[in-house]
Design a protein around this ligand. Structure first.
Ligand code: UDP
Length: 447
């Protein structure tokens, strides 16, 4: 009975062209495919996934008219145009699909791809939102209009370290968009109003990790919320990277001492200027620890790659440090030589680090990363906050994590979190149960 319903139910997953959104969406697809569903990945031409890496999926490309994501350009404009360009195409493609057979359809869409919900309403099919950020970010995001009205945003310097009323343990500096201009903030809030009536939300998280935030969200949304994660551990998924992974770093890691290496990566979008690059470089060099540093092409403002590295740096670190363009991050974090992860605290990186019990150095750049950083360092206590980007502070933070007793304690807590994360995936664990509930929810209106 169950199998028959599943085989006649097609899931249309609408992915967004951001690396940190595409990866967990493909992982979710793999998991739902393993449950027997037919999976169609609808994606933009920009940053398309590689179909040959996912032979079990159908792919439905949408022509978005973009050639790249310019991280410094207006984000809200980009998202709006993306939605405008894709809406009619999806509607036409799904109309044809519905005419072809009598299968039920459910749309699962990335929250940024809100046009999919309008299409679902027009075609009278169910839509579910997929959220690839932390659950703890949302209460802070939802509080922004009020904080903005009260003139707390952008945050004044005198307020940065004060606690935000009703958002414990967040300080004003931990608020998403704390340093964003009023105009951009208003646009962000308008964007978020586009998602109005999903039937449920899937969240890439674990109940034990974000229980209070999930409960809070449940009260806010009044629809089922399925906390299913960490997806990076649940799914058997080949590479989902848009950039080529440099696998040489794994053989380099093989030669390093256990838990000695600090891995540095700021994800797929964050950018830094020349001064911050130099401080990071000299901080890493002066720490005397081996390091693996991902400098994504284009991530240093005004340069293609590492042209702005300070003179003498590469000679200084020879044999002890490796600079690369893009790493096979999951493999790196699973390597026994890695002792710490200096991260921008993107949610995927956070979950990947937790999954491997790797303690972190937290240096957020924007959006939910501030909230994640606060939870990592203060609530879960598996990361150290990097207070500022000055070489001496970098050196002392790396040594606190990699060398001092404080680091050992942090690592123990990170390992305990890893075990709990594993348990949530086992039979009877919260993510395991939540996945079963999601499957039942999807099938509930199947005939
Ligand atoms: N990533 C990677 N290699 C790198 C840097 C990042 O594979 O050198 C992956 C990482 O494993 C994660 C994703 O890129 O899955 C980044 O997502 P995250 O949410 O951490 O940050 P974002 O890029 O969205 O800011």
């Amino acid at each position: 009975m169950g199998d028959e319903r599943i085989s006649k139910h097609d899931l249309i997953l609408v992915a967004s062209p951001f690396q940190g959104h595409m990866t967990p969406m493909l992982q979710l697809g793999s998991i739902l495919h393993s449950k027997g569903f037919s999976i169609t990945i609808t994606h933009t031409k920009l940053n398309s996934p590689l179909p040959s890496n996912h032979p079990h999926f159908n792919f439905l490309p949408l022509f978005d008219n973009f050639s790249s994501i310019d991280a410094s350009a207006n984000f809200t404009n980009f998202v709006q145009l993306l939605n405008d360009n894709c809406r009619m195409q999806l509607q036409q493609l799904l109309t044809q699909k519905i005419q072809q057979n009598d299968h039920q359809i459910t749309i699962i869409h990335d929250n940024i791809m809100y046009f999919a919900q309008e299409v679902a309403t027009n075609l009278n099919v169910r839509s579910i939102v997929f959220r690839s950020c932390s659950a703890s970010y949302m209460p802070a995001f939802l509080a922004l209009p009020k904080l903005h009205q009260q003139a707390h945003l952008p945050v004044q310097d005198t307020m940065l370290h004060k606690l935000v009323p009703d958002l414990y343990p967040l300080r004003y500096k931990d608020l998403p968009f704390n340093n964003t201009s009023t105009e951009v903030l208003k646009e962000m809030l308008t964007l978020s109003n586009h998602i109005t009536n999903p039937s449920a939300i899937i969240w890439n998280t674990m109940d034990f990790l974000e229980n209070a935030s999930l409960t809070n969200l449940q009260h806010h949304y009044h629809i089922p919320i399925f906390a299913i994660g960490p997806l990076n551990e649940m799914a058997q998924c080949p590479s989902t990277s848009f950039l080529e992974e440099d696998t040489y770093c794994i053989s380099w890691l093989d030669k390093q001492a256990p838990r000695s290496v600090v891995y540095v990566s700021l994800g797929s979008l964050a950018t830094m200027d020349e001064k911050d690059l130099a401080e990071t470089a000299w901080g890493l060099a002066s720490s005397k620890q081996p390091f693996l540093w991902v400098v994504r092409p284009g991530s240093v403002k005004g340069s293609d790659w590492i042209e702005f590295l300070p003179d003498g740096f590469l000679e200084e670190i020879e044999g002890r440090g490796l600079v690369l363009k893009w790493a096979p991050q999951k493999q790196v974090l699973a390597h026994s030589s890695v002792g710490g992860f200096w991260s921008h605290c993107g949610w995927n990186s956070t979950l990947e680090s937790i999954s491997q019990g790797v303690p972190m150095i937290c240096r957020p750049f924007f959006g939910d990363q501030y909230v994640n950083s606060r939870y990592l360092s203060y609530v879960w206590q598996v990361g150290l906050e990097l207070e500022c980007l000055e070489r001496q502070v970098i050196v002392s933070t790396i040594r606190r994590l990699l060398v001092d007793d404080e680091g050992e304690e942090t690592r123990k807590r990170a390992n305990a979190l890893k075990e709990k994360a594993k348990y949530s995936l086992c039979k009877g664990g919260s993510s395991f149960n939540s996945l079963s509930n999601l499957v039942e929810f999807i099938l509930a209106n199947s005939t």
